[in-house]
Design a protein around this ligand. Structure first.
Ligand code: HMG
Ligand code: MG
Length: 329
C-alpha cells in the first residue's frame, strides 16, 4: 500500500446504529453493510455480540442517566441474523464486536451453522473487535469489570479466536476524557494499548469516546502512546461531540497514523439526546483529504449517496457537513 493510503474502518453499522433508539430492521442494516461495501469500504464493522439486556449507568457520549437507557443495548440483538445472511465482498473485512467468551461462542456458533447450510462459501467474517478502556470507572460502566479484569477476559477471547483464524482488533475507550474520572493520563492509554498488542491484537484503535479531544490533547496523547509502540498498529477513533473530530483525524494522520474509524453520515450519538453527534462522518474525512497527499478507499460521491440513503431511512438528520453541503448544491 501507498505510504499515504488511509485505511478507513467504517463503523456506522455498529457504533452508529447501536445508539439509535428506534429498532432498525435487520434488512436495513444488511442493506447498509452491502452498500458500504459496494461504495468501496474495505473494513465494515457489522454488529456486536454484547448482552442485549445490559444497562450502562450513563451514556458514554453525553452522560444521560441509566433510567433513560433501558433497552439501549438491544439494538445489536440481530447481529446473529446479519452475520448468518451477510454476503461478503472479496477483500472486505466485516469485524464483529465481542465483549467476552460468551459473545465469541455465539459468533462461532453462527459461523458453524452457516458453514453447514452453505458449505464451500467464504465465511462472512474473519475478524473480531475486543474493547476495554483507559479507566476503571468507564470500564465498569461499559462492561461491568475493571480494566485489569477486562484484559483477562480479552486474553481468553483472543486465545480462542486466533487459532480458529479470526484476527483481533482492540479498542481503548476514553483516551482523552473519562465521563466519570475526568482527564485521562496518556501513560494510562499507552499501558492498556501495549497490553492489547501483547495479548495479540493486530491493531489498537484509540477511542475519543466523549469527543472532547482537540488537536492539542490528541497530539499530546499520541506522542506518549507512539513512543515505543508501532505506529502502523494504531488507529484513531474520534467521536464528534465537540466538532473537533475532523481536526483530530488530520492531527493523527500528520503524526503518522494511517487507520481512521468513521461512520457514514456521522451515524451515532445518544439515543435519548436527539442532537448528540456520533463518530466523525466518513464523508467529512474524505472531503478533508481532497487535494492532499493522502488517498483512501472508495470515493466521496458514492459515500454521500449511502449517507443520504441511510439518513432518510432512519428519519435522521445527515450529520456529515460535507454531505449536506454537496447535497444542497
Ligand atoms: P455482565 O452482566 O457482567 O455479564 O455483562 P455476566 O457474565 O455477569 O452475565 C450476566 C448475564 O448476561 C447472563 O444472562 C449472561 O448469559 C448474559 P442471565 O443468566 O442473567 O440470563 N451475557 C450475555 N448475553 C449475550 N451476549 C453476551 C453475554 N455475556 C453475558 N456476550 C458484558 C458483561 C460485557 C456482557 C456487558 O456489560 C455488555 O454487554 N457490555 C457491552 C456494552 C456495550 O455494548 N457498549 C458499547 C460498545 S463499546 C463502544 O461503543 C466503544 C467503542 O466504540 C470505542 C469508543 O468509542 O470508545 C468500541
Ligand atoms: Mg465509539
Amino acid at each position: 500500500k501507498h505510504p499515504n493510503y488511509v485505511n478507513i474502518v467504517e463503523v456506522g453499522p455498529r457504533d452508529g446504529l447501536q445508539n439509535e433508539k428506534s429498532v432498525i430492521p435487520a434488512e436495513v442494516k444488511m442493506m447498509l453493510i452491502d452498500r458500504l461495501g459496494q461504495a468501496g469500504m474495505k473494513s465494515i464493522e457489522a454488529g456486536s455480540f454484547v448482552n442485549p439486556k445490559w444497562v450502562p449507568q450513563v451514556c458514554s457520549h453525553c452522560s444521560h442517566k441509566a433510567q433513560q437507557l433501558s433497552g439501549h443495548n438491544a439494538q445489536m440483538a440481530d447481529t446473529a441474523e446479519i452475520i448468518q445472511k451477510l454476503q461478503p465482498l472479496p477483500g472486505v473485512h466485516y469485524p464483529v464486536l465481542i465483549p467476552n467468551l460468551k459473545g465469541l461462542q455465539t459468533l462461532l456458533g453462527v459461523l458453524r451453522e452457516r458453514e453447514s447450510k452453505q458449505p464451500n462459501t467464504p465465511p462472512p467474517t474473519d475478524e473480531i473487535a475486543v474493547f476495554t478502556a483507559a479507566t476503571d470507572a468507564f470500564c465498569q460502566n461499559n462492561t461491568n469489570c475493571t480494566v485489569k479484569e477486562s484484559l483477562e477476559r480479552i486474553e481468553k477471547v483472543v486465545n480462542v479466536a486466533r487459532p480458529v483464524g479470526l484476527r483481533v482488533r482492540g479498542y481503548v475507550s476514553v483516551v482523552i476524557t473519562c465521563p466519570y474520572s475526568g482527564k485521562v493520563k496518556p501513560e494510562e492509554v499507552k499501558a492498556v494499548t501495549k497490553e492489547l498488542l501483547d495479548i495479540g491484537c493486530y491493531e489498537v484503535s484509540l477511542g475519543d469516546t466523549t469527543g472532547t479531544g482537540t488537536p492539542t490533547t490528541v497530539r499530546t496523547m499520541l506522542e506518549t502512546v507512539m513512543a515505543g509502540l508501532p505506529t502502523n498498529r494504531l488507529a484513531g477513533h474520534f467521536h464528534d461531540t465537540f466538532g473537533t473530530a475532523v481536526a483530530n483525524v488530520m492531527t493523527a494522520l500528520d503524526m503518522g497514523i494511517r487507520t481512521i474509524d468513521s461512520s457514514v453520515s456521522g451515524l451515532g450519538g445518544c439515543p435519548y439526546s436527539p442532537g448528540a453527534t456520533g463518530n466523525v462522518a466518513t464523508e467529512d474525512v474524505m472531503y478533508a483529504l481532497q487535494d492532499s497527499k493522502y488517498n483512501y478507499p472508495g470515493n466521496l460521491d458514492d459515500m454521500v449517496d449511502v449517507g443520504a440513503w441511510i439518513s432518510e431511512k432512519l428519519g435522521r438528520r445527515n450529520a456529515s457537513r460535507a454531505a449536506t453541503a454537496i447535497l444542497a448544491r
